[in-house]
Design a binder for this molecule. Structure first.
Ligand SMILES: *[C@@H]1O[C@H](CO)[C@@H](O)[C@H](O)[C@H]1NC(C)=O
Ligand SMILES: *[C@@H]1O[C@H](CO)[C@@H](O)[C@H](O)[C@H]1NC(C)=O
Ligand SMILES: *[C@@H]1O[C@H](CO)[C@@H](O)[C@H](O)[C@H]1NC(C)=O
Ligand SMILES: *[C@@H]1O[C@H](CO)[C@@H](O)[C@H](O)[C@H]1NC(C)=O
Ligand SMILES: *[C@@H]1O[C@H](CO)[C@@H](O)[C@H](O)[C@H]1NC(C)=O
Ligand SMILES: *[C@@H]1O[C@H](CO)[C@@H](O)[C@H](O)[C@H]1NC(C)=O
Ligand SMILES: *[C@@H]1O[C@H](CO)[C@@H](O)[C@H](O)[C@H]1NC(C)=O
Ligand SMILES: *[C@@H]1O[C@H](CO)[C@@H](O)[C@H](O)[C@H]1NC(C)=O
Ligand SMILES: *[C@@H]1O[C@H](CO)[C@@H](O)[C@H](O)[C@H]1NC(C)=O
Length: 581
């Protein structure tokens, strides 16, 4: 018998009037769980479910939230494993038919389930089967005691755990609130969190409506090994510059290239014009000075193992006062780093940081006994090669003896092939995501010293050429913009503002994305706010790639097309036989 309209309306009214206490019960959750066989490869273990109401939780802002904290446990049939997911369900009156996934950082997944509450969204965080929910990073579980690779953890970290969390979470969400409406599903993350977001649209494209990825640490084989490139440049050239000399080169480059974009504001908004018009050799002879300091830098967003290495006292972080003038050797090191990696045949293997970016990977180490600067192997690259390439249970390489540019290319190739279907994360065909209406907002700091900015552009190019072969550049650009937009953030560092360039940074990406997905308001620019310097408080409406900013006064800029600049961002990698997307 079909219920009457009046009965339906009554039940809807009752549903929307439900309180958190009404829905946040073990029986409501259990009845919302999918039975075995519903979601392929996911068997929920209902008896392990936990539930608890949380009132007046403050989330960093002045707003407080009530939510239902649920843990769900599932297994992959036949594997005997156990994956725990924590979900946070907003109070029914706050729920806006949304699901929200946050990305993690280097080697880690997000441990926070509550990030969606301020958007009226259900959120989740997963153990990925290896206690990631407790903060365990994948490099801690990557090698079994017998020395073989833990592929289950690798695939779960690479893409599977988040995809399953989203699929299962959306299923439960509909039943939990008793709704048939579409659950708008968002993703937001930067660095490895950016890579994780790309993994989701490449593998689980039908699940997501709006995905925001910053500076994705994808193309894993190349990206992670590339962290060693600067040190190998120094070793090859036999010159280990004092960090202050490299910082001076950066500062002088910023000063020289700042005006090329039409406004003097301490920011290189056009690193392409800097690359095309500025010659680093003009800095030779400039004086530098830095006071003595004890550095507490932990490196860039990497797993706990590398942080332990840097703070356990085995690598000294003391820097004496440094003064001198910039040498030809220092500039040659800087130029080689910005040029990027070539093999001994002269074939390009990878791209590099934009001119004006800091030389984080090039940092040398001071020896108190010899009073000289020497090799400091960045643990970001060193751990990756030691562990993920050479399968040694080490958090860094002991030395770079005998390591050449060709060695780096070989490591990149080995890692790319080994992790091609897991961590490489560069599948360029996003048809499933696109055809289901998915929208992608991709951004990258133009002075990122950890993940090269051009690395994002290369992927954007790959998607364009793979998805729209045969279309003219103009036609494919127009099609891509409807669902995939890329923005470079002038002067910005890695997933953050840059202490050396007071540029803008986007702060309301989720608002922009929600408007695009739910209200059909397609952005054409991206708002970003300057938070320091003379222009603090200014909102810049950033240009969408491939158009580039050019200030026409101290207060306004145009987004211009510039063929020569554009081409300075385009790379091919003939050092590899396999296409590098
Ligand atoms: C589903 O399968 C899991 C194990 O694979 C089992 O623990 C659970 O009880 C099953 N659920 C039902 C409802 O049978
Ligand atoms: C939450 O805060 C509100 C407003 O301050 C208050 O009325 C309510 O009693 C609080 N609830 C709990 C469970 O503390
Ligand atoms: C949710 O509950 C689990 C299990 O009791 C607890 O460990 C976790 O801290 C809770 N999380 C939140 C965000 O309330
Ligand atoms: C290594 O250890 C893992 C985990 O215990 C096990 O699954 C795997 O079979 C072992 N491999 C070999 C070659 O013994
Ligand atoms: C570089 O510029 C920053 C300010 O932007 C300053 O704090 C730092 O001392 C400068 N470093 C050198 C080596 O000149
Ligand atoms: C930069 O200047 C040096 C010295 O004048 C010159 O040898 C070099 O070719 C120049 N580089 C470029 C890219 O023009
Ligand atoms: C190096 O020498 C300086 C000055 O002599 C001293 O202050 C510093 O503690 C020493 N650092 C280490 C790591 O020994
Ligand atoms: C972007 O900034 C402009 C100008 O300040 C403002 O009118 C607009 O509302 C902003 N858009 C978003 C999505 O914040
Ligand atoms: C623009 O700013 C620069 C430096 O910040 C200043 O010297 C110049 O006078 C300004 N131009 C105008 C037209 O205000």
């Amino acid at each position: 018998m079909r219920p009457s309209v009046a009965a339906l309306v009554a039940s809807l009214t009752i549903a929307s009037a439900k309180s958190l206490a009404d829905v946040c019960t073990l029986s409501n959750i259990k009845s919302a769980l999918p039975s075995n066989g519903t979601l392929l490869g996911i068997n929920v273990i209902p008896s392990a479910t936990t539930v608890g109401t949380v009132y007046n939780a403050s989330m960093g802002s002045s707003d407080t939230f009530n939510y239902c904290n649920v843990t769900v446990t599932y297994t992959h049939p036949g594997k005997g494993d156990s994956v725990i997911i924590e979900y946070a369900f907003p109070e029914p009156s706050d729920f806006k038919n949304r699901f929200y996934v946050a990305g993690g950082f280097g080697y880690s997944l997000s441990t926070t389930s509550t990030g969606g509450l301020s958007y009226g969204a259900v959120g989740g965080a997963t153990s990925a089967g290896y206690d990631a929910l407790d903060g365990v990073t994948v490099d801690e579980v990557f090698l079994y005691a017998n020395g073989s690779i833990n592929w289950d953890a690798t695939y779960m970290f690479a893409y599977q755990a988040l995809g399953e969390m989203t699929q299962l979470g959306k299923y439960i969400t509909s039943d939990f609130y008793g709704t048939d409406s579409k659950i708008f599903t968002y993703y937001e993350g930067c660095s490895d969190g950016g890579r994780q977001g790309m993994s989701q649209i490449q593998r689980w494209g039908a699940e997501y409506d709006g995905v925001i990825t910053g500076a994705p640490a994808f193309r894993y084989g190349q990206q992670q090994v590339n962290h060693l490139f600067s040190a190998v440049v120094e070793q090859t050239k036999g010159y280990y510059p004092p960090p202050c000399e490299m910082e001076k080169i950066v500062n002088a480059t910023i000063k020289a290239c700042d005006p090329l974009d039409g406004r003097i504001d301490g920011v290189i908004s056009r690193s392409d014009l800097c690359k095309l018009n500025f010659n680093l050799t003009s800095i030779i002879g400039e004086n530098y000075y830095c006071a003595a300091e004890v550095s507490t830098s932990l490196g860039f967003n990497f797993g706990k193992r590398s942080i332990v290495k840097r703070s356990d006292g085995t690598s000294t972080s003391y820097q004496p006062a440094q003064s001198g003038s910039v040498t030809a050797e220092g500039v040659a090191v800087a130029q080689a780093i910005y040029d990027g990696l070539f093999d001994s045949n002269g074939d390009r293997a990878y791209l590099s940081y934009q001119i004006g970016a800091s030389f984080t990977d090039a940092e040398t180490e001071y020896n108190n006994n010899t009073k000289k600067w020497g090799l400091d192997i960045p643990s970001t690259g060193g751990e990756f090669v030691a562990m993920f390439v050479e399968l040694q249970d080490l958090s860094n390489l002991a030395n770079l003896d005998g390591v050449t540019y060709d060695t780096l290319v070989g490591w990149m190739n080995d890692a790319m092939i080994r992790y091609m279907d897991s961590l490489q994360t560069t599948i360029p065909d996003l048809t499933t995501f696109q055809s289901n209406g998915g929208k992608l907002l991709h951004y990258h700091g133009e002075s990122d010293p950890s993940v090269p900015t051009a690395s994002s552009i290369h992927y954007w190019q790959s998607v364009r050429s793979i998805m729209y072969p045969g279309l003219s550049e103009k036609e494919s650009l127009a099609k891509l913009r409807d669902w995939y937009q890329l923005y470079l953030i002038p002067g910005a560092a890695h997933c953050a503002t840059n202490s050396l360039q007071p540029g803008p940074y986007p702060e309301d990406n989720m608002e922009t994305m929600i408007n695009w997905v739910e209200n059909g308001i397609k952005p054409s620019r991206l708002n970003a706010t300057v938070s320091s310097g003379d222009y603090s408080g200014e909102v810049q409406r950033l240009c969408q790639w491939p158009s580039r900013p050019l200030w026409n006064s101290n207060s306004t800029f145009d987004c211009v097309a510039d063929r020569k600049s554009y081409e300075s961002w385009i790379y091919e990698f003939p050092a590899f036989k396999v296409p590098v997307y």
